[in-house]
Design a protein around this ligand. Sequence first.
Ligand code: CUA
Length: 316
Amino acid sequence: MTQTLPSIEIDSFWLPRKASTVAQELDWAFYYVYGWSVVMFVGVVVAMLYFAYRYRRRTDKDVTSEVDHSTKLEVIWTAIPLVIVVSMFFVGLKGYLNVMVSPANALEINVTAEKWNWVFSYPNGTVSPGRLVVPKDRPVRLIMSSRDVVHSLWIPEFRIKQDVVPGTYTTIWFEATETMETALLCTEYCGTAHSDMLATVEVLEEDKFQEFLEGGDDKDTPPAELGKKLFASWGCATCHSLEGVKGVGPALNGIFGQTHEMSDGSQVQVDEVYLRESITQANAKIVKGYAPVMPVFQGVLNDRQVDALVAFIKSQ
Ligand code: CUA
C-alpha cells in the first residue's frame, strides 16, 4: 500500500456514514426494497409452514381438495405484488436520475484511472494524483476515463459508484455535506494491484479549497524530496518496492549503477538516461522476468517532476 488512507466510518449496522446530499435518499431506497423483501420472505415462509401443517394428511380419508382455481385469489396475489414492485421501480428511478443528472453549476473535475492509480485534474490545471480534494456544500461532477482497462470509482460515504472505461467518458456527481476525509476505492477487478488502487477524498471549506487550488507550488522543494512525494502520490510504490522485494515491477533501491538484463537479452546499465526513459516511456526496455504493464508518463509528468523522480531513485 502506498499511503495510509482515511478509514470509512460506519453509521449503522451495515452502511457507512452518510456524507453527501444523495446518501439519505439512496439509503431510504435500499431500506424500502429491503423492507418489502423481508415482509415477503417471512410472509411466504410462514404461510407455507402453516399450510403444510394445517392441511397435512391425518387419516387415510383425507383427500386432496378438488378446488383448483380461484380468480379472486389470483387477482389479489398478482395485483398487490405488482403495486409493490412498481413502487420500488419508482423509488429506484428517482434515486438513479438524482445521481446521474448533475446540477448545471457543478465544479467539473477530470478523473483519469490507470493501473493502479487515480489522478484528479482541476479546471485551473492543478493535478492531484491519489487525492481528490473537493469543496463542501458544492456540487462536484467527475468526468472520468481510463488509460488502460475498466476501473470503477467508488466512494462509499457518498454512495456513488461508476465504471471508468477506456476510450470514452463516464460521469457521476455528488455534493459533500461535511468537512472530512474518506476513502475512494476501485471496485472493478483490474489486475494484480487492484486492491491497492485507492485514493484519499478530502472535503474542505470553500476558502481552504481555494488555497488547495492555488497551492501545489513546489519550486522550493529539493529534487530528491519532491521525488519522494511524487513516488508516493503517483502510486509508484504499489508496484516498486524500495526494500528489495520483487513486486509487479522491479525493486528500485540500490539499482543506480547496477547492470540489469532486459527481456531481449541485452544488458543495460542503470543511469539517469535509463531511469528517465523507464518513467516516460515505460515499456521501451523491459527488465527480464517482468511484464510490460507500467503506464507511460510522457506528457503526464513535467520535466522537473521526472528529474525529481530520477534523483529520488538515485538516492535510494
Ligand atoms: Cu482499478 Cu480495480
